[in-house]
Design a protein around this ligand. Structure first.
Ligand code: UT7
Length: 325
């Protein structure tokens, strides 16, 4: 008994952009992208598909599955780094869109780890108030934040949103078992995105206003593999569980080479890993909840199964979560 996921939902833009489409935009090839990342397609937002609109649709789908009314929600947390506004938050837009009049709402800025950090917040809130119903969303339109001339980054990311409704359950064998999250702000410059230009000249930062993703790909790769491996190992130590106890791993779908390395170093069976990176690319905070919703709707897990989530992103931020479904 404890915090459980009552329903999941996701929402993806209609437009698909393939590696072949990218060949028309930058000097790249389908072969390079597929072999270096495992990505074949990604979705790109169009009209009516802003971050909050995708997030709200994912939320409606999750609420419907959970059998929870929007008015029953106490809190909405959205993990995002690509809302169309800095203020109000994406979460406030979602609140208004779905009519969650009794909730308070805010965003979590933790890049690709945003959804897992949000789950952690929800779990702690629900432990303090067992009546609480909380909506956690990961939503991004990173297509709005890419330099489409930079082949190092523009081929990697995609748009989408995923959501989960959380509450307390008295049922035995269902709970968030544990989390193991960390950040290292000293490594911020490996993966970052500037803000709007400072209107205070004294606080101007070089290249501010250039609000696109900048990344040291190789360094990020190395840190991602080590951080996810260490996070999962640490979580097993904390919870007394091990690889043999996990029924399904749903990792952040950053790229296949990172995931293969993590799986290999942990000696984790690949058939127990849910993968959809080839269809959507890296959707940052949305990647785990989209994968969770797909695996849930495809009935990849059953009640009582142990699920393992792990994420890594800009900040640097990373973490892992174990839950009994
Ligand atoms: O949530 C975390 C988000 N970040 C990530 O997941 C990214 C982690 N990093 C990576 O996955 C990899 O570093 C990349 C996929 C981004 C790049 O792969 P790499 O094997 O590290 O390639 P590289 O950056 O070392 O570049 C190798 C070559 C270079 O050419 P030269 O200098 O050897 O002639 C690049 O210019 O590949 C070239 N290159 C490309 N070629 C075709 C870089 N990007 C591309 C491209 N198409 N899109």
């Amino acid at each position: 008994m404890g915090t459980v996921i009552l329903g999941t939902g996701s929402s993806l833009p209609k437009k698909t952009m393939s590696n072949f489409d990218l060949e028309q935009i930058v000097d790249t090839s389908d072969e390079w992208i597929r072999t270096r990342t495992g990505i074949e397609n990604r979705r790109i937002g169009g009209k009516g598909e802003k971050t909050y609109q995708l997030a709200a649709q994912a939320a409606r789908n999750a609420l419907q599955m959970a059998g929870v009314e929007a008015s029953e929600l106490d809190l909405i947390v959205v993990g995002t780094i690509s809302s169309h506004m800095i203020m109000p938050s994406c979460a406030c837009y979602v609140q208004a869109e779905i009519g969650a009049d009794n909730a308070f709402a805010y965003d979590v800025n933790a890049a690709c780890s945003g959804f897992l950090y949000g789950l952690d917040i929800a779990d702690k809130q629900i432990r303090a108030d067992r009546q609480a119903k909380i909506l956690v969303i990961g939503a991004e339109t990173l297509s709005t934040r890419l330099n489409w001339q930079d082949r190092n980054t523009c081929i990697l990311f995609g748009d989408g949103a995923g959501a989960a409704v959380l509450g307390y359950s008295e049922e035995e064998q269902r709970e968030i078992i544990g989390t193991n999250h960390q950040s290292d702000g000293s490594l911020w410059d490996l993966l970052y995105m500037h803000n709007a230009p400072s209107m205070n000249p004294d606080l101007r930062v070089e290249n501010d206003g250039d609000s696109v993703i900048v990344m040291e790909g190789r360094e990020v790769f190395k840190h991602a593999v080590k951080a996810m491996e260490d996070s999962i190992t640490g979580l097993f130590e904390k919870t007394g569980l091990g690889i043999e106890d996990v029924d399904l791993m749903i990792p952040h779908q950053a790229n296949m080479r990172i995931l293969n390395k993590v799986i290999e170093r942990l000696n984790f069976p690949i058939e127990k890993v849910f993968l959809n990176v080839k269809n959507y690319g890296n959707t940052s905070a949305a990647s785990i909840p989209i994968a969770l919703d797909e695996s849930n709707r495809d009935e990849k897990m059953k009640r009582g199964d142990v699920l393992l989530f792990c994420a890594f992103g800009g900040g640097l931020t990373w973490g892992s979560t174990l839950l009994r479904w």
